[in-house]
Design a protein around this ligand. Structure first.
Ligand SMILES: NC(=O)c1ccc[n+]([C@@H]2O[C@H](COP(=O)([O-])OP(=O)(O)OC[C@H]3O[C@@H](n4cnc5c(N)ncnc54)[C@H](O)[C@@H]3O)[C@@H](O)[C@H]2O)c1
Length: 221
């Protein structure tokens, strides 16, 4: 099963990660199917658009059944290049950065932190979780063809480092700093703010409490 990327419209392709994330959550909750209406409410895309998008993936929803979650996920994984290893650089090997290096991502994903940078000479030259740490001054020289970076540096350093990453040709930044960084249109930034995530969780607990469901469908987080 493979997808000719040229055949799906760009607007559809852009919605793929959105669908993927939601379907992944559904699967983790043990759900095997989903209706276009449910999807529509969750991802805020109208259901006619969803049906049209999914028809490009060869997924035809059945009336009264909906879409098969596993089929769609299998399809999206392929399409989103989950089967290819993506090399990632991590900038800032402090509390958070060290945790990421020890964790690395290969267990669930095909992304791997290949190298890390820090300004602290105490850290440079060492390895954590098998990942070498280089001096930030050597970033441009060492980055090679890496296109994705994780930022775990102090907020006040974020703009300066981002500028250098962009010049070097980085296309995706996972920003853990509280700083809102500015990038050109062709660079994608995902900002992860743990405080906001936690607030959202508490909000959901309060306003959308989950109900206990029977054993085989129990949440498996
Ligand atoms: N620790 C957390 O739980 C947490 C949670 C959410 C967000 N954050 C954010 O993540 C970032 C990192 O947090 P932390 O707790 O790991 O901080 P930390 O102070 O432990 O680590 C920061 C690291 O960045 C390095 N550094 C400083 N300037 C640099 C530069 N110019 N180039 C390269 N490396 C540089 C430092 O030497 C240090 O190793 C912060 O912006 C913080 O607000 C942290």
């Amino acid at each position: 099963m493979s997808l000719d990327q040229n055949k799906i419209p760009q607007a559809t392709a852009k919605r793929l990660p959105l669908y993927y994330r939601f379907l992944n959550n559904l699967q983790m909750q043990g759900k095997t199917r989903v209706s276009s209406k449910e999807l529509s409410e969750a991802v805020k895309v109208d259901s006619a658009t969803i049906r049209r998008d999914f028809s490009y993936f060869g997924a035809l929803g059945k009336k009264g059944y909906g879409y098969n979650v596993e089929y769609l996920l299998g399809f999206f994984r392929k399409t989103l290049d989950q089967d290819e290893l993506t090399e990632v650089a991590l900038i800032g090997v402090g509390n958070l950065g060290t945790a990421f290096l020890n964790y690395n991502f290969t267990k669930n994903n095909n992304t791997k932190i290949m190298l890390a940078f820090d300004a602290d000479p105490e850290k440079v030259g060492k390895e954590i979780g098998g990942v070498p740490i280089y001096h930030i001054d050597d970033m441009e020289e060492k980055l090679g063809n890496v296109k994705v970076a994780i930022l775990t540096i102090p907020a006040q350093e974020a703009d300066r480092i981002t500028e250098r990453l962009v010049v070097k040709g980085i296309k995706g930044i996972l920003n853990f700093t509280p700083a809102r960084i500015t990038v050109p249109d062709d660079v994608r930034v995902h900002h992860i703010d743990l405080a906001i995530e936690l607030q959202a969780l508490v909000y959901f607990l309060k306003h959308y409490p989950l109900e206990k469901i029977d054993n085989e469908e129990e949440n498996t987080y």
